[in-house]
Design a protein around this ligand. Structure first.
Ligand code: B12
Ligand code: SF4
Length: 469
């Protein structure tokens, strides 16, 4: 089979009031597009949060590749089924964190192949095997042969050196590119911390792989030169899960930050990153601020030491307090990414945590309901303990209470996400009404969701029960 045209697709979640819907950005497929272009393929990227994808648009491609996370898994399967039902006979490949853990689901929906873990080397190899032969030898795929599911051997992760040789994602393969409102760039993979609830180490490895300072700078320079419109008008999200990594890799990031300032590579609309609070030392925070950092996303799941221990976070409330003080001292805004509904939380203990964060002057707050993400240590523990949770992946986006915590009701989780996370933190504190508040729209969507959930609860408690026999 000869392959010319490839569509790479990331479906959007279908939970309509999901506040993430406002973040219109791709994950890994524009990078895969860059690699496939090097092999001579024509590639278009369809990103559900940027462009409303219609199945008719995909029919003409020889191969369609989907990237799926859990909360987009069902729409991905629906799209595959629809394409098959409409007579699509090309090859369908699925990759990404959800498909890596549960490849059988994609195959059952009608996909031909699942690429597990990283796709940079596996996908082109697979395409060449489809065109010629030798699928049995392609490492990192799961597929069906004569009705039997075949799980080819795992592929090793890219090394730090190989990461430093990757091309810049080709953003202009994205359909409706002008609608993209944040630009992702990834400099590292994996995380050595392995917090119990997090899927990063399972998907990208427990070893932190870190691209060189030289390569990081060249990515920024190419971005500035090749996409001046995007560079000048959109903030950049350095999507590394752990920006500074380890003590050994910090000098690389430090060098990058210094060179961003000296080589005029500070994105005009600023940048955002995710880091551990323990890395927020006065020196590093100062450097980040000088290099144009807008705000930092901090995995502060809780400020309760008992909860932090349960989550294997290897971080203490004291470290959080110190790190936040350091950010504040340099005028760097902070976003706390908290989790409501762990087994040690009660509603009131969670609320106390948030009040402590307010006292420590956190700038922004994100409260997500605990989600048992596929493939994590926490999910395995919960399954072993016989705990029941909602397997409707559409709701695995942190906006719903999908599992009943030990010491708090599902209603308590809901109240933590919406009443504490939105009403208390943003509205009652007056934050949202301040003239310099930048994310009003995001909070308003959260408030809409709150009203929707309130209506659902009222309906379930009073109306449905009143009319049921
Ligand atoms: C940026 C980001 C976001 C952004 C935007 C994401 C988006 N457009 O969906 C924001 C902040 C909005 C966000 C939100 C959420 N996110 Co998020 N996010 C990320 C993050 C940090 C980076 C994504 C990225 O650019 N990665 C870099 C690229 C290169 O990696 P990649 O996309 O995985 O691609 C590689 C492989 O997966 C594979 N691959 C991917 N697609 C395809 C397709 C084909 C055909 C093939 C062959 C291979 C392949 O090859 C690629 C190259 O190696 C990841 C963590 C991470 N390290 O990836 C989490 C991550 C994707 N998010 C995650 C989650 C859970 C969420 C939320 C539900 C919030 C939450 N509870 O944490 C929401 C839901 C978002 C939504 N879409 O509705 C999880 C998903 C796990 C899962 N099983 O679902 C991740 C993995 C983090 C984690 N904790 O484990 N997120
Ligand atoms: S939550 Fe952050 S620190 Fe913990 S394992 Fe995931 S990426 Fe690493």
């Amino acid at each position: 089979m000869k392959i010319n045209n490839i569509a790479l697709v990331e479906m959007a979640g279908v939970d309509r009031f999901n506040i993430y819907a406002l973040t219109r950005m791709p994950r890994g497929v524009p990078l895969l597009a860059a690699i496939l272009q090097e092999y001579g393929y024509h590639v278009d990227c369809y990103i559900g949060s940027i462009h409303k994808i219609k199945w008719q648009e995909l029919l003409s491609y020889d191969v369609i590749g989907f990237g799926a996370i859990s909360c987009t898994a069902k729409p991905t399967y629906e799209m595959i089924k629809k394409l098959r039902a409409e007579g699509y006979h090309g090859q369908i490949v699925v990759g990404g964190p959800h498909a890596t853990v549960l490849p059988d689901e994609s195959l059952a929906a009608g996909a031909d192949f699942v690429v597990r873990h990283e796709g940079e080397r596996t996908l082109p190899e697979l395409l060449m095997a489809i065109e010629n032969s030798g699928i049995e030898n392609v490492a990192g795929i799961t597929w069906v042969k004569d009705g039997v599911t075949m799980r080819n051997r795992d592929r090793t992760f890219l090394s730090s050196k190989e990461l430093s040789e990757l091309p810049l994602p080709v953003f202009d393969t994205i359909i409706d590119l002008p609608r993209m409102n944040i630009v992702p760039i990834t400099f590292s993979r994996g995380c050595p911390f392995q917090c119990e609830f997090c899927g990063v180490a399972g998907m990208y490895g427990a070893k932190y792989r870190c691209a060189s300072a030289e390569w990081r700078i060249s990515q920024l320079r190419q971005m500035k030169e090749q996409y001046p419109n995007i560079w000048n008008t959109r903030p950049i999200f350095f999507t590394d899960d752990n920006f500074f990594g380890t003590d050994q890799t910090k000098p690389i990031i430090t060098m990058m930050l210094e060179r961003m300032s000296t080589e005029k590579l500070i994105p005009p609309k600023g940048w955002i990153c995710q880091m551990r609070i323990a890395d927020a030392t006065p020196e590093l925070v100062k450097l980040m601020k000088a290099a144009g950092c807008l705000f930092v996303c901090l995995g502060i799941e809780s400020v309760d030491d008992e909860t932090l221990k349960l989550l294997h976070k290897r971080q203490t409330a004291r470290e959080i307090e110190i790190g936040l003080k350091n950010c504040q001292a340099q005028g760097l805004d902070t976003l706390a990414m908290t989790i409501a509904g762990t087994d040690t939380d009660t509603f009131w203990s969670f609320w106390r945590s948030i009040r402590r964060l307010q006292k420590w002057q956190i700038t922004y707050l994100q409260v997500l309901a605990l989600v048992p993400l596929v493939g994590t240590k926490m999910t395995r523990r919960l399954v072993n303990e016989g705990r029941k949770f909602d397997h409707n992946y559409d709701t695995h986006n942190g906006m719903h209470a999908v599992i009943k915590p030990l010491r708090m009701s599902k209603l308590g989780v809901w109240a933590s996400v919406y009443l504490v996370g939105f009403i208390w933190f943003y509205v009652l504190s007056g934050k949202i009404f301040r003239r310099d508040f930048k994310y009003r729209r995001l909070i308003l969507v959260g408030l809409l969701e709150l009203l929707k959930q309130l209506w659902r609860n009222v309906k379930d408690c009073f109306i449905s029960s009143a009319i049921s026999p």
